[in-house]
Design a protein around this ligand. Structure first.
Ligand SMILES: C[S@@+](CC[C@H](N)C(=O)[O-])C[C@H]1O[C@@H](n2cnc3c(N)ncnc32)[C@H](O)[C@@H]1O
Length: 521
């Protein structure tokens, strides 16, 4: 869970300063969805040379792993970058990095089991050791010099925020091929980054039907398209010589945003600047490590400090942040193995009951505090946030509690975060039952999807398409299983609590009855 303003992709021309992401995790950080989960308190804690000729169309070979990144159908791709599973540009990248000042490394870029390409230890690496030391001159930020100065000047004149600026920068540099200083880096970038940006609407609707990630994927794609349209209408179309239509295409922007979503990092110690860090961006993510990239003032380079040791030949990992499996799929195109992501959560949707006789009053209280009749709260295997409980109290409270609606809405909105959790013992059972009912109906949706997906054999036009479909389905399946697992856990906790509560109630009634009987005796 986190707080993050949406990135103003659109309407950027009005911006007076560059847009930045706010404090999140000092790691790969995509712009948030406007309804990204809020920071909520836990309720339960139960406990080669760039001028070489490249094919214009590319298709990835399908990998067979369950959590392998999404593969795409044969679409017109970008005319730069590489097929990452081939290591085709690795040697020239390493040569260029060394020539550009990257010190000798204890890591090498190799083919790996997790993430296709990754950095592997060449020697023993100790826990607590600093690695990488990428100099700032090798980092791409919004302040980087444009090889085509005129293009850069126009972009700066329009005060384009960091994300669209960097997306345009990448395309501008990539289109210059060997005359860009970044050509060896761009050659080593995936030609088709793994990202939900490449899923069609039909695929999103079909495979993510049960998951709340569906809505976020749709919204992200529309943000990217909107941003591209804004750039084209407000800038590119006014300077057709600087921004040729054939270069600044939607397809190329899909690529550059895909690269940003899966590789951009935020460097806390460089005033929170967002940056592409060549070499460091070859590190894959593990939910089990807690090591992050940042600028190190003493060595004046981008480093990360290991939080475990590695033997020669072992893949070295960093953390992309405390992200749920859905968020990892959304930005990076992979889903960690079931049960391995300690930061996993699922967005849980609850709504006011339209037939509630106090519907209007409850909605008014919610709206006053920035909430609506339907809200999402993050569920984790460890429990749910107090805000969800407050929302549930509001949903189930009877008309005679009208004076408490406001207090409940405040608590549900997270504005009362310093206050203790709301306490309405008389509503506890009903509120927990409400959450349990929502949880069970959500489980049903996942089960229906998972069972339906098992049997559905689709007719594919060709093998590539069949492989792609298989992989997208597998990713969606992995995600649904992970999300349903969280719901199952919540269902278990809720049932147990309700059972205990009810058993306690029966016990009380029984002792009252015994007391009365003794009295009459
Ligand atoms: C920052 S790049 C890391 C380098 C990347 N493997 C490459 O070869 O360019 C992020 C991408 O690596 C892959 N990746 C990273 N961690 C992964 C993991 N744990 N499982 C599967 N793929 C992973 C995903 O494709 C993701 O979009």
């Amino acid at each position: 869970a986190r707080t993050q303003p949406s990135l103003h992709f659109r309407g950027f021309a009005m911006a007076t300063s560059t847009t930045t992401t706010t404090a999140l995790h000092p790691q790969f950080r995509p712009p948030s969805h406007p309804r990204a989960p809020r920071q909520l308190r836990p309720f339960l804690s139960s406990s080669s040379s760039s001028s070489s000729v490249r094919p214009r169309f590319s298709v990835r070979a399908a990998a067979a792993s369950a959590s392998a990144p999404a593969q795409r159908e044969a679409v017109a791709g970008v005319p730069w970058g590489c097929e990452i599973e081939s290591l085709e540009s690795a040697a020239s990248l390493e040569r260029w990095l060394t020539a550009s000042g990257l010190p000798e490394q204890r890591l090498a870029l190799e083919k790996v089991d997790i993430g296709e390409r990754g950095l592997v230890a060449l020697k023993n690496v100790r826990n607590g050791e600093k690695l990488l030391f990428v100099p700032p001159t090798l980092v791409i930020t919004a302040d980087s010099e444009w090889s085509n100065r005129e293009v850069g000047d126009v972009m700066k004149r329009y005060s384009v925020p960091d994300w669209p600026l960097l997306a345009t920068y990448l395309i501008s540099e990539a289109s210059l091929e060997g005359s860009s200083r970044w050509s060896s880096y761009i050659d080593a970038l995936p030609r088709q980054p793994y990202s939900l940006l490449y899923w069609t609407r039909t695929e999103i609707d079909a495979y993510l039907a049960a998951s709340p990630i569906r809505e976020r994927a749709i919204s992200r794609i529309s943000d990217v398209i909107g941003t591209y349209n804004d750039l084209r209408d407000r800038i590119f179309s006014k300077y057709p010589d600087l921004f040729p239509e054939k270069v600044y295409t939607m397809e190329n922007f899909r690529w550059s945003f895909g690269i940003l979503f899966s590789r951009l990092v935020r460097l806390e110690s460089m005033d929170g600047k967002v940056a592409l860090v060549p070499w460091a961006d070859m590190l894959n993510h593990s939910p089990e490590v807690d090591a992050f990239l940042d600028y190190d003032k003493s060595s004046q380079g981008i480093v990360f400090t290991t939080d475990r040791s590695y033997q020669p030949g072992e893949q070295v990992f960093i953390s992309y942040g405390k992200k749920s499996s859905g968020e990892l799929l959304l930005s990076y195109g992979f889903v960690p193995k079931e049960g391995t992501n300690p930061n996993d959560s699922v967005e849980f949707l609850v709504s006011l009951n339209k037939s509630d006789e106090c519907y209007k009053e409850k909605l008014q209280a919610l709206k006053k505090h920035g909430l609506s009749e339907s809200e999402s709260f993050p569920l984790r295997v460890t429990g749910w946030p107090v805000e969800l409980m407050a929302y549930a109290f509001l949903v189930v409270s009877p008309p005679e509690m009208i004076q408490c609606f406001e207090e409940m809405a405040v608590a549900a909105s997270n504005k009362g975060s310093s206050k203790p959790a709301l306490n309405y013992p008389e509503l506890d059972e009903e509120a927990l039952q409400f959450i349990l009912d929502c949880c069970e109906s959500s489980i049903k949706k996942y089960t229906k999807y998972l069972e339906g997906a098992k049997g559905s054999a689709e007719v594919s036009i060709n093998t590539k398409q069949a492989n792609r479909t298989l992989l997208l389905k597998q990713l969606a399946r992995d995600l649904c299983i992970s999300e349903r697992r969280i719901l199952y856990r919540s269902q278990y906790i809720l049932r147990r609590r309700l059972r205990d509560m009810r058993a306690g109630g029966e016990l009380k009634a029984l002792s009252l009855f015994t007391g009365l009987r003794n009295l009459f005796k």
